[in-house]
Each structure stands twice: as structure tokens, then as C-alpha cells.
Design a protein around this ligand. Sequence first.
Ligand SMILES: Cc1cc2nc3c(=O)[nH]c(=O)nc-3n(C[C@H](O)[C@H](O)[C@H](O)COP(=O)(O)OP(=O)(O)OC[C@H]3O[C@@H](n4cnc5c(N)ncnc54)[C@H](O)[C@@H]3O)c2cc1C
Length: 390
Amino acid sequence: MIREFDITIVGGGHSGLFLARALAGQGWRLAIVDPQPVAAAGIPADGRNLALVRSTREIAERVGLWPFLAPVTCPVEAVRVRERPGGAGLVTDMGDLDGLPFAYGVEHGALRGALAEAVAALEAPPRRFENRLVGLERNGRVRLLQLADGSRIASRLVIGADGRGSRLRELAGIRLDAWSYRQAAIGFVVAHQRPHRRTVYEWMRPEGPLALLPLPEGRSGVTWVEPEGAARRLVAEGETALLRRLAEETEGLLGGLRLTSAIGVWPLGAQHARRYVAPRLALIGDAAHGVHPIHAQGFNMAVADIAELAAALARAARRGEDPGGADLLLRYERARWWANQQRIWMTDGLNRIFSSEALWLRPVRSGAIRAVAALPPLRRRLARERMWLV
Ligand SMILES: Cc1cc2nc3c(=O)[nH]c(=O)nc-3n(C[C@H](O)[C@H](O)[C@H](O)COP(=O)(O)OP(=O)(O)OC[C@H]3O[C@@H](n4cnc5c(N)ncnc54)[C@H](O)[C@@H]3O)c2cc1C
């Protein structure tokens, strides 16, 4: 038996769940396919922590998600950046951004749990398939999806939210530009003696940036970038040595530290799909683009994709149009591809400049940070442009 839907989302991670909520009430017959069971509670903390920027909060409010996210997030009211070895520093606070928080810190498992809860709370939640996509065909006005257990779905539109290694992207034959930074991010969450004061602390070091993100319950999320081999060695030394090194790197700022999550290690690279759309198919989130975590952009870019696609589908629903129409898909791609390409170049350039050992770059880096620190209009502009970590 082939089950029929208007829209099928492949991937029920952060992007897929956010999109499912954004499409609610539009009247589409909706399905989500993901092999991972997505219970609202009990999603393990993998060590990753994310900063959600203001525009993400605004979109979350519009689609009724914010009441679920607010309790698991911590507002970021100030950002302190210190450059090493130059010593240039920069502090921005909410005065640079109309007196509102820059961003909201959230731990990965808590975010996914809150999104799952918000989707489960819908009056007509999407049909879930706890399964993996393995095959894709075109058949007239639908796409046929084959799942690992042999079952099949016919869908007028299929949306790929299946992450960096997207199987859907591969099956659709969409090519990818990808490169490695030969760095890895270590991510974990700590409880600490001294308060974080709702402040992001970031050290721009030649090895890679190290950031502390304020989280609820007075904890902080650590994202610590090192050359790949060094990152693996650091983690292999064990929890006590890792926390001792963290205390040294962060100048003892938070006092005594205690680990409260798993320790994750992510090899870092950037990638961008050459197309976001194919007949009756669109990509969003990490399936479409992946960036260095230096400027907390990845999921925030995904939310901007979701807002664009959900608005286009809402218009189609009102006019009684086909959700997989070519014009709709091309407009989505035009609106998002170039905007994301600019973010990819920006994060790539900043990482190369700040992670370089080249001596001639040191005064350039320090000069740039001092200039931003000394010029409030420039600081405000960067804050508004979502470059809140500079
Ligand atoms: C260390 C680190 C720090 C970060 N910090 C930030 C930050 O501060 N701010 C920010 O915005 N972003 C940040 N990011 C990026 C952010 O984590 C990602 O952009 C975001 O989680 C991507 O979500 P996604 O749902 O698109 O993909 P994923 O989270 O990868 O989800 C993909 C889903 O698809 C499912 N799937 C896979 N294959 C199949 C298949 N064949 N069939 C069906 N389902 C499938 C998987 O089970 C999974 O549930 C960070 C990333 C890292 C590594």
C-alpha cells in the first residue's frame, strides 16, 4: 500500500520539527520520516549548545513555538570578546540592540525536546514514520519515497531536513561544494561556582575560538574549537584534565566547574548544496548548508529557510495551488541560496582570519576588534546584522 500526503518532511531534527510546526494550520496532509524516535522528553544531551538569535525568536513567536522554547532558553544580555595573543577586547550589551537580548542560549537536547513537544501538541499532528528514507522516484505529479522497511509514500512535495549527510539530496542528484577546516569543536555543558551574568564570553585564539554560552539553571555551554588532533587528545585525557584546561583557557572566570552533559566532538567543515530545489523537492537546514560554528549561524539560517518556505506554502494553500509547484520552489531557492552563501563566506573568512598563526594578521585582528569596540555605531550595526559574537 502506498500512503499519500501533500508534504513529507524527511528528517525530524531541529529543522524538520520547526518546519512541521510552521506548516500547522495550512491544511496540508503532512508526514515526517525519521529513524530516531522523537519523544518530547528524554532526548540525551550530546554536548552541543546553540545560540538562537533574535530573528529566530521572532519567527518562533509567529508560529506559536516560543511558549515551548522560552522555558528552556537563557537570554544573552552581553557579549565579551577577547583576542589572543593580541589582548584586544570588546564588550557589547543590550544597549547596542534596542535594550533587547542578543540571543538565547539553549542546550541541544532541550531544544529538540521542546520542538517535539510543540509538534505533539498540535490539533492535527503530522503522521510520523519512524524509518529511514532509502529510495526516491518521480511519478507524474508526486514523488515516491521508499523507506527502509519497504513501505512507500507518495507526496506532492518532499522536503529534505535530513542533515549534512542528506540522503534525499544525494538521491535527487543535487551536487554539493564542501571543504574541511581541519578543526574540531568540543561541546559540553558545565555547572559553575560563579554566575554567568547572562553573558557570552568568547576567546578568539589562533587554535580556534572558545565560547561560553549562558544556559538556564545557571549553567554554561562550552563550544571549544581546536585543530582536529588536539581536540581528540584533549577529550581522551578525560573529564578532570579537560575541565582543568578549560579553567586555564577561560582565566578561571566561572570558578569551580562540574560537567553536566556528554562531551561531543564534531569535525568542522563547511558545505553548500548547489541547488536547493528539484522537481517537487526542496532542501532546508543542514541538508542545504553547513557552516563553521564560530558565529552561531547554522540553525538560525535553517529557521530563515523555514520562514521563507512556510510563507510560500501558506500562500499556495490560500490560493488552492500545488505545494510542489515549480514557481513556488524556484522563488524559495532565489530567496535563500544567495543569503546563505553570504553567511557561509562570512563565517569562513572570519574563522580563517582569527584562527591563523600568520604574524602579519595579528595587528589586523587586534585593530579590527579595537575599531569595533571604539565605534558604537559600527558595534550596533554588527549587532543588528546578527554578528553578535564580534
Ligand atoms: C559544536 C556545534 C555548535 C553549534 N552551535 C550553533 C549555534 O550556536 N547556533 C546555531 O544556529 N547553530 C549551531 N550549530 C549548528 C546546528 O546544530 C545545526 O545547524 C542544526 O542542529 C541542524 O539541524 P537539522 O535539523 O537541519 O539537521 P540534524 O540535526 O542533522 O537533523 C537531521 C535529522 O534527519 C534524520 N535523518 C538522517 N538521515 C535520514 C534518512 N535517510 N531518512 C530519514 N531521516 C533521516 C536524523 O535522524 C536527524 O534527526 C552548531 C553545531 C555544532 C556542531
